[in-house]
Design a protein around this ligand. Structure first.
Ligand SMILES: Nc1ncnc2c1ncn2[C@@H]1O[C@H](COP(=O)(O)OP(=O)(O)OP(=O)(O)O)[C@@H](O)[C@H]1O
Length: 238
């Protein structure tokens, strides 16, 4: 789906991403994991076309030069849902469909379908973001991202800042949604257990570089760097 070839990003003096080469396979979930500041969000923003990198990005085999076409096929969920505060949840999720002049009845039907999938009720859809819990806001962000039936879903720590029970519930729902819709997913997380839950293809990053790509079992059995073991041990300890 996406293919990155020696992609790097600088913010002024800061090197946020060192040359990274990576494939995002259609229909699969790829998890970016690593400590704070390791470049996970930057890599996701490259895929979303929100930062201009050095190197080559291909989408469906074609080198991307104009991101507008690609962006239409993506759904991007930022950490807190990224909702417009002055719009209700329903207005937030319908916004792009209305902008694109889609049929209103079809838009409403899609909202209902996705609200069911994410277990959001009608009353919650008519509230403003400030009147929703963190988990509900994240669900609304997910519904909004899925409204236009994206081929690729980019999820930046979709389960962060949730209490453990809600987190586990939303993780299960999200996985079911991904499997039901067959969407290609790139998911960012700090958590190794969350990473394992979603995929057996993990990319561990540190300092803007990919340290190792593979399954958790491979990380344990054949760590590419002492940092891999250190990261696993730190996670297991907690
Ligand atoms: N807009 C920006 N301007 C300058 N530096 C930035 C900017 N965005 C990110 N950085 C820097 O780039 C590096 C990578 O940041 P990035 O947000 O990609 O890391 P991350 O792994 O997603 O971190 P976290 O897990 O804390 O969200 C960090 O050193 C960060 O300080």
């Amino acid at each position: 789906m996406f293919s990155l070839n020696n992609v790097s990003v600088r913010y002024g003096e800061t090197v946020a991403l060192r040359p990274v080469s990576l494939d995002v396979r259609p229909g699969a979930t790829l998890v970016l994991i690593g400590p704070s500041g390791s470049g996970k969000t930057t890599l996701l923003r490259v895929l979303a076309g929100l930062v201009a990198p050095e190197g080559e990005v291909r989408f469906d085999g074609e080198v991307v030069t104009d991101w507008r076409g690609v962006r239409r096929r993506l759904g991007y969920v930022v950490q807190d849902g990224g909702l417009f505060p002055h719009l209700t949840a329903r207005e937030n999720v319908a916004l792009m469909s209305h902008e694109l002049g889609r049929d209103r009845a079809e838009t409403e039907a899609r909202i209902e379908e996705l609200a069911d999938l994410t277990h959001l009720n009608r009353a919650q859809l008519d509230r403003y973001p400030a009147e929703l819990s963190g988990g509900q806001k994240q669900r609304v962000g997910i519904v909004r991202a899925l409204m236009l039936e994206p081929d690729v879903l980019l999820l930046d720590e979709p389960l962060s800042a949730l209490d453990p029970i809600i987190r586990a519930e939303l993780a299960k729902e999200l996985k079911t949604i991904i499997e039901t819709l067959g969407t290609t997913v790139v998911l960012v997380t700090h958590s190794l257990s969350e990473a394992q839950f979603f995929s057996d293809r993990l990319v561990l990053m540190r300092g803007g570089s990919v340290v190792q790509e593979g399954s958790y079992e491979e990380f344990e059995r054949a760590p590419a760097d002492p940092f891999v073991t250190q990261f696993i041990e730190a996670e297991t300890l907690l």
